[in-house]
Design a protein around this ligand. Structure first.
Ligand code: NAP
Length: 673
């Protein structure tokens, strides 16, 4: 049977590359799986298509509309996940490994979708921070905003997680409103292509939103502009080559890099053999060495322990690793499958030899053992040890991208911090300790060198998400050697594909530009009570003005007795006068809020279902007995949560009889759409 050829998705058409094709082999037995190539592809045309077709279509949608599409993509992947699991085995990965890649990828889409609907407005512009007052009368203000870049996002992915790696970049990119061109690593491009095909066949995205290159990127980099973003995952070597491309430098192309990293894990000074933290540490190091056959950018390459516990660590790890069944990833009892390819396995063997030459010695595993299946890219886990981590430079620098880790001793926490930081920047570091003092000293001493840190002890043993799992809501990335960038991290990751701009104008203009009501902007006073209107009948800037009421001394005393809040400023005239803030007794802030609700609430059941919160509360002018107060309630923004409910954010402004602002806050209500 002819080996199938992978196809490129160029300008919304599937196209076979011509010219020389590369053959991709199965990790299990070396048999051909597919051929791939991108000869003849119009790379400049792909970039133009993303900029002129995909980007504009995505930018027409709001954050919430894009968030719903991202969820639909996740559902499409889940509906056809078994097709992907079948291909996953050919990469050498077990079903459990595949779960991280395939369902972890879909889960990342779901997570971004839900973050997008909860944390981003149902609008086209994202505000950054609060309004900045720039003038005495408030007619000239400043507001930072984010808008989508108008170029293409070029995603270059590593081989190890072909589905997750693609989706963790696509989710924030599409949510931002930017079209993407995906280039998966060749070794596992057949799995990425299959997942990509599922997304295009689901017909969820507008034309031009995503394109695929299976093979080299040709002259694509020559056509990049300052509106494009390159988001790269892979080796430091390739990252350096791409980030120093003349066009990237000349056009100031945004370059996000996730590189290799010598991640460390530390056994705390308190975690002697026999403690739960000791056992957790051994389990985590062994897990990180064997999941995905150690081909994880976050895997533990350096395991550090107090010198007096190192022998015990070695023994416990060696016993655990010896029990790891290595073999056909399709077999249910297999714990670790194969590396992605024979050349990858040979690369790992070479790196092990480099570590040995530098003074580390193998204490468990044999890198040259025969593979369980002839032709397969298998390698048993290999544990190395160095007793002189200050003299064995290679252990802090050389990354065998496979089931390999080196154990080493440290003297005290200062020594451990210095050793951990010798990796010159890592994605993740874990510390196993039950001592808050050790955790504080260690994290404060090392955090600047690491993108993510876990402190694991007996209290979070059952629920921690593990050293090696990047999470969509937390940043993934690290300084220096790790690439100097961040990905994911919820909305933070979306901003990598947007431009921040400082806008200066009148409140009315800022409100029009941002599609949100801004205090000081014109209001549209409505006659029907807004609690009688569904979300779809409410408009941004619609304002309800209440009647006013007087606040009496009896009200203040009644409230004090009723609630027990007898703070001097409300109950002691002399002390209140003596304070630098008040001229006498004042109404409680909470009394003002309660009276405000009494003024603006319309009591009967209706489209407003519940009050779900209050944000940005400020008390600005004290209210004295005899003063009166009134409220203006304006629709600031609206967002749909589902077909049944949505959230309305109201700007609440409380004024006194002089029209001075007494208090402002945002009120959140759950509403019928
Ligand atoms: P790699 O050789 O650097 O390849 C990474 C990607 O770059 C692949 O898609 C590759 O495509 C592409 N590429 C290579 N040369 C290129 C060029 N001149 N122009 C455009 N694209 C080019 O890395 P790898 O060996 O596949 O991956 C393993 C490495 O990635 C390890 O060092 C690991 O630590 C790192 N990694 C880091 C993370 C992270 O999140 N930080 C995650 C996973 C892996 P081809 O495959 O077609 O050559």
């Amino acid at each position: 049977m002819k080996t199938p050829q992978l196809l490129n998705y160029e300008r919304d058409r599937w196209i076979a590359g011509d010219g020389d094709l590369a053959e991709i082999s199965s990790a299990i037995d070396g048999e051909p799986v597919a051929t791939t190539g991108s000869g003849g592809i119009d790379f400049g045309g792909m970039l133009r298509h993303a900029r002129e077709v995909g980007g504009p279509a995505l930018r027409k949608l709001t954050f919430h509309e894009r968030a719903r599409m991202i969820k639909a993509l996740g559902l499409a992947i889940m509906a056809r996940k078994e097709e992907l699991y079948e291909l996953n085995y050919l990469t050498g990965a077990t079903r459990k490994d595949g779960w991280i890649d395939i369902e972890g990828g879909a889960g990342t889409l779901f997570s971004f979708s839900s973050k997008g609907r909860r944390e981003l407005p149902d609008a086209h512009v994202l505000l950054d921070g609060q309004l900045e007052g720039l003038s005495k009368q408030g007619t000239f203000v400043g507001q930072h905003i984010y808008t989508p870049l108008q170029g293409a996002a070029v995603h270059i992915n590593a081989f190890n997680f072909p589905v997750w790696g693609m989706l963790e970049k696509l989710a924030p990119t599409l949510l931002a409103g930017v079209a993407a061109i995906v280039k998966p690593a060749s070794a596992t491009a057949y799995l990425a292509e299959a997942a990509f095909r599922i997304m295009t066949e689901a017909k969820i995205l507008p034309p031009g939103a995503i394109q695929l290159i299976v093979g080299g990127v040709g002259d694509l980099f020559d056509h990049l502009t300052g509106q494009d973003v390159v988001s790269f995952t892979g080796s430091a070597h390739t990252a350096l080559k791409l980030r120093t491309h003349p066009t990237v430098i000349r056009e100031s192309v945004r370059f996000v890099a996730e590189q290799d990293s010598l991640n460390a894990s530390l056994l705390g000074p308190d975690a002697a053999p026999g403690t739960p933290e000791f056992d957790l540490f051994v389990r985590e190091v062994a897990t990180e060495m064997t999941v995905k056959a150690g081909q994880k950018c976050t895997a533990i390459r350096r395991a550090m322990a107090p010198a007096q516990y190192l022998d015990a660590v070695q023994q416990a790890l060696a016993e655990r690793l010896a029990k790891t069944k290595v073999g056909d990833p399709r077999a249910e009892d297999t714990r670790m499958g194969a590396l992605v390819s024979v050349s990858q396995r040979d690369d790992v063997r070479e790196k092990i030899a480099q570590l040995e030459a530098a003074g580390a010695r193998i204490v468990a595993g044999d890198p040259n053992a025969d593979p369980p299946i002839p032709g397969g890219a298998f390698l048993r886990p290999v544990l190395l040890r160095t007793d002189e981590p200050w003299r064995t430079d290679a252990v802090h620098d050389c990354e065998p991208f496979g089931p390999v880790s080196t154990i080493m001793p440290y003297k005290d926490i200062g020594d451990a911090i210095a050793l951990a930081n010798r990796g010159k920047g890592s994605l993740v570091l874990s510390l196993f300790t039950h001592s808050p003092d050790a955790a504080r000293e260690f994290v404060q001493g090392a955090a600047a060198h690491h993108g993510r840190m876990l402190v694991i002890d007996r209290t979070n043993a059952a629920e921690n998400t593990g050293h090696g799992s990047p999470l969509p809501v937390l940043v993934h990335g690290g300084p220096g050697r790790a690439g100097g960038s961040e990905e994911m991290g919820g909305v933070r990751g979306v901003k990598h594909y947007m431009q921040r701009t400082a806008i200066q104008s009148s409140p009315a203009m800022i409100a029009a530009i941002t599609e949100q009501y801004i205090p000081g902007a014109p209001k549209h006073v409505i006659e029907v009570h807004p609690f009688r209107l569904k979300m779809s009948e409410l408009h941004i800037g619609d304002t309800w003005k209440t009647a006013s009421r007087t606040v009496t001394l009896e009200d203040i005393e009644h409230f004090a007795e009723f609630t027990g809040d007898k703070f001097y400023a409300h109950m002691d005239e002399e002390a209140a006068r003596a304070s630098p803030i008040f001229e006498g007794r004042v109404a409680h802030g909470y009394l003002i809020l309660s009276f405000a609700a009494g003024l603006f609430v319309d009591p009967d059941p209706g489209p407003v279902l519940a009050n779900t919160g209050l944000e940005n509360l400020r008390f600005l002018t004290p209210l004295y007995p005899g003063d009166s107060m009134r409220v203006e309630l304006s629709v600031r923004s609206k967002s749909l949560k589902s077909d049944e409910t949505g959230v309305v954010r109201w700007a609440v402004e409380i004024f006194n009889q002089e029209d001075e602002l007494v208090a402002t806050y945002d009120l959140l209500t759950e509403n019928v759409p």
